[in-house]
Design a binder for this molecule. Structure first.
Ligand code: ZN
Ligand code: MN
Length: 502
């Protein structure tokens, strides 16, 4: 009997590539001297060049080239000599001169790679190119005024680094690992703050699916405007499923650009290739081809900082951390910096410093940010600006370490205080004094134990039936009532004695 199509087992394999646009953190824009500082009033950091007035001349910012070179070399790219700036023509209200200056067709770096962890091993994702371009202005569409849109030119001319991968990723997990690797690298190289919630990192994905073992790639679909890790993984996952289902039903995939609808959790068609834009690239006549000499390349290569992979191995050999802990720490440069500062400058035991940062330290980072787990360097709060530095975090770790070592507070209290001290402007000793030191006062603990027993008859009952976990729960309640200040050993003893006596 011939099998019906739906009975035939075919396995499909996805091929995913990502384009990343990262805002570089130079102090001034790419082709003019306007500031790139965040938080300025709209249209206050502009000039005729970045407003696109006719007849103005762009002047290339040397630091943008330096930063892009750092990225290209760290990604093992070949450096094009020369790379060429071109005009990419399109009309849109955020682009008054009707073209974007980009190195898209003759990029600064080509044929590189980035390693990502995949299924317990290292996988190489090829980088097609790394190039410099300028950002467009930002369009705002006020909800209370649907008749009007606003344009903020502060973003116009901010330098962008575009990093284009080959379609080498084959799962959502690999896409996630790749995004983490790129963000971590940008931060290690100190060339971008790479904060998604501020639009400093933007993604586009290309997804195709083919029968496993096929030599040709399937028809690819591009997904634009992905502005969070969650949007990228959601959109890629959706496309893999949609295309696989279509192929299983014998349908043909249409080559097209699709948009991700966050609310619906689905992609939808934007335009097909037949109506796709022809950008009419041509060389920018006001910028000469960019020649980077050997000396410049050699210097930048020599000055490349220690990247996450190398640092991870060093943390294992130098401090005896597990591979896993070292990977967690180095995934966030600020975390690894804080731990090493605590150990080297403050003589904190490596184990203590590591536990503080991998536990409450990472929870604090999550709270502080966009949920992506990186520390915020500058927390803006009205007029006052609170500055995070690795030294400040190391000093907090050291202060808590000394208090725990001298048994003035418990490890539990230290973990509880840690994020709160980081959020305050206070010294550890002052903060802890305000909280009151650990309660080792027998009378006070007795009072807390009595209340907790009265308030939790179910747990008391369970403990009497022999459930040891119920005692842990009751101790937890004492800790909670005391805001983490109770001495847990004493609390356990007192509760046990009291329960036995009843
Ligand atoms: Zn300007
Ligand atoms: Mn681009």
């Amino acid at each position: 009997m011939t099998p019906r199509p739906e009975d035939m087992v075919a396995t499909y394999e996805p091929n995913i590539g990502l384009e990343v646009h990262a805002e570089l953190s130079t102090r001034t824009k790419v082709f003019c001297g306007c500031s790139t500082a965040a938080g300025a009033p709209p249209n206050s950091q502009v000039c005729p060049v970045c407003l696109g007035f006719p007849g103005v001349l762009p002047v290339l910012n040397r630091n943008v080239v330096e930063y892009a070179l750092r990225a290209a070399l760290a990604m093992h790219c070949a450096i094009s000599r020369p790379s060429i700036f071109e005009r990419k023509g399109y009309y849109y209200p955020d682009l008054p001169k009707n073209f974007q200056i980009s190195q898209k067709r003759a990029p600064l770096g080509k044929h590189g790679c980035i390693e990502i962890p995949a299924n317990g091993a290292a996988k190489r994702v090829r980088i097609a190119d790394v190039h410099i371009e300028e950002d467009a202005a930002k369009l705002l569409h006020p909800e209370d005024d649907p008749q009007h849109s606003l344009v903020d030119f502060n973003r116009s001319g901010i330098p962008l680094l575009e990093i284009v991968s080959e379609p080498d990723m084959s799962s959502v997990a690999q896409v996630e690992a790749y995004m983490n690797a790129v963000r971590s690298m940008l931060r290690y190289l100190d060339i971008s703050d790479a904060r998604m919630e501020q639009g400093q990192l933007r993604f586009e994905a290309s997804v195709s699916v083919r029968p496993e073992g096929a030599s040709e790639l399937g028809t690819r679909v591009e997904i634009k405007n992905l502005n969070s890790f969650r949007a990228v993984t959601g959109a890629v996952d959706y496309e893999i499923r949609r295309q696989t289902r279509a192929l299983e039903q014998g349908e043909r995939i249409v080559q097209e650009t699709r948009l991700w609808d966050d609310a619906r959790g689905a992609t939808e068609p934007m335009r097909t290739k037949e109506t796709a834009m022809d950008y009419r690239y041509f060389p920018e006549p006001d910028l000469t081809p960019l020649e980077i000499d050997d000396g410049w390349i050699a210097r930048v290569r020599a000055e490349l900082p220690e990247l996450a992979e190398v640092r991870k191995k060093r943390l294992v050999s130098e401090y005896g951390f597990s591979e896993y802990d070292a990977a967690v720490l180095t995934s966030d440069k600020s975390a690894a910096d804080a731990v090493e500062a605590a150990i080297k400058q403050e003589n904190v035991e490596p184990e203590f410093a590591k536990n503080m940062v991998t536990g409450p330290g990472f929870r604090w980072r999550k709270m502080r940010e966009d949920g992506s787990g990186e520390a915020t360097q500058h927390v803006q709060g009205g007029a006052s600006q609170f500055l995070w530095t690795p030294d400040r975090e190391a000093a907090v770790i050291a202060g808590l370490f000394r208090l725990v070592a001298s048994e003035q507070i418990t490890g539990t209290a230290a973990r509880d205080y840690y994020p709160r001290i980081l959020d305050s402007h206070k010294e550890v000793e002052d903060f802890v004094r305000e909280q009151g030191l650990q309660i080792s006062d027998r009378d006070e603990l007795q009072r807390l134990a009595k209340d907790v027993i009265a308030e939790n008859p179910d747990a008391v009952e369970n403990f009497r039936k022999g459930k040891e976990a119920a005692l842990k729960f009751l101790v937890g309640q004492v800790m909670r009532k005391s805001k983490g200040r109770a001495n847990p050993q004493m609390a356990t003893e007192l509760l046990r004695a009291r329960l036995a006596a009843q």
